[in-house]
Design a protein around this ligand. Structure first.
Ligand code: SF4
Ligand code: SF4
Length: 99
């Protein structure tokens, strides 16, 4: 059995093939930005779509909700339960091939 080698390069290529229909309003939000300041920023690692990015100069968590794959990992992965996650409004969000 052959195992496909995954490198950051080809993850980016795969992510770039996914289609989205982003809503104007984010379906993701941080409940308390102050909690993020003292956190290990786990969300910037576990999110497969790199939705979360820590802005050191602004001391703010940036949320690129348009890239969300709707995997739900951030609902359980944030150690401070500091992410408010909902499905995007109907018709918006990620478009998977067979849906
Ligand atoms: S894991 Fe949660 S608390 Fe930590 S930076 Fe991310 S959203 Fe903020
Ligand atoms: S649901 Fe998944 S893809 Fe979307 S922000 Fe959370 S971890 Fe990232």
């Amino acid at each position: 059995m052959s195992v496909e080698k995954t490198t950051p390069g080809n993850i980016d290529e795969k992510l770039s093939t996914i289609k989205y229909k982003p809503d104007e309003k984010s379906h993701l939000s941080v409940i308390n930005q102050d909690k993020c300041k003292d956190c290990n920023k786990a969300c910037t690692f576990f999110c497969p779509a790199r939705v979360y990015e820590w802005d050191e100069s602004q001391q703010t968590l940036i949320i690129k909700y348009e890239n969300c794959l709707e995997c739900g990992a951030c609902r359980i992965g944030c150690i401070n339960q500091n992410i408010n996650w909902e499905y995007p409004n109907g018709g918006f969000g990620v478009i998977f091939k067979n849906s």
